[in-house]
Design a protein around this ligand. Sequence first.
Ligand code: M6R
Length: 366
Amino acid sequence: EKGGYDHFMLKEIFEQPRSVADCLRGRVNADSGHLVLGGLRDYTEKLSKAKRIVIVACGTSWHAGLVAEYIFEELARINVEVEYASEFRYRNPIIKEGDFVIAISQSGETADTLAAIELAKSKGATILGVCNVVGASIPRASHAGAYTHAGPEIGVASTKAFTAQVTVLTQMAIAVASKKGTLHEDTFRRLLFELERIPSKIEKVLKSDEKIREIAEKFKDARNFIYLGRGYNFPVALEGALKLKEISYIHAEGYPAAEMKHGPIALIDAEMPVVFIATKDSSYEKVVSNIQEVKARKGIVIAIVTEGDKLIPTMADYTIEIPAMHEALIPLVSVIPLQLLSYYIAVMRGCNVDQPRNLAKSVTVE
Ligand code: M6R
């Protein structure tokens, strides 16, 4: 049942070229310029007129929501707020008739997310679900939605569900932006073309498996980790840190790289591994300066870089390359090495990666 892999988590990490392809199948065709999410067909136009979108989710799904915020705002120019479902539901949130709420949930059963959409619905919002488990409570309580089609995710640490969520949300943002007219036809075509190439780019990154395992070996006894990224890679930093915490029990913090100087930089010393997601995108130069700041304090830098980057490898202690792509799509690929790094560290520490202590696959109590 684990398909020859030692753990479900590893199997699910390696399934991502296929699960992302499944999530695109029948929805995107770059040659014909076709992009349709069947379940949302009637809502794309309405969304394109929305003044505001509120995203509610928990954990890794909340991180997918943060990626979506960057993509929706950039491509569709719609104001997006991303809320922890547990905070939203108890805060008397401001929701008006005509607001759109997107609920993201792998299981479709998370108690706080379900309660958040029930509340938003009672205030007149339209609820769109982005879920993996067909027929679960959240899709049933939503007005419409799009499934992520990642297949069953057994490992408690979410991996392929995250990339599938980001794939669906990216397709939604592109479809809405195209309807709204905020996306140039060339960019629309280019994004579809590049989306179709994401599965093979993930495949390529999975080949760095051995190199990542060697890095894991060096850091398996670390007590702390910091993950830093900016822009589209900021949520990836949060996700990398969460993956490490939940399965290896190493304390890890994710931050937007620029926030480092507002506090966390005090933690940097020769013992502190700092994972930078430092791809060639619009934040690149800024991230390079952040790497210099960490090196000046003797921190150990592990950098995820774009293939062919000549500069960062001269500064970082370890580098892992990912292929180049449109920056809005980078999280789909830059998260992969972080999943593998946490997996190998947890295995080397003897942890039960598929069923980490104190955690359940779906959190059906608040
Ligand atoms: O099923 P959901 O996507 O609603 O679950 C939300 C979180 O409980 C979940 O993402 C959790 O954070 C994972 N263990 C992360 O790997």
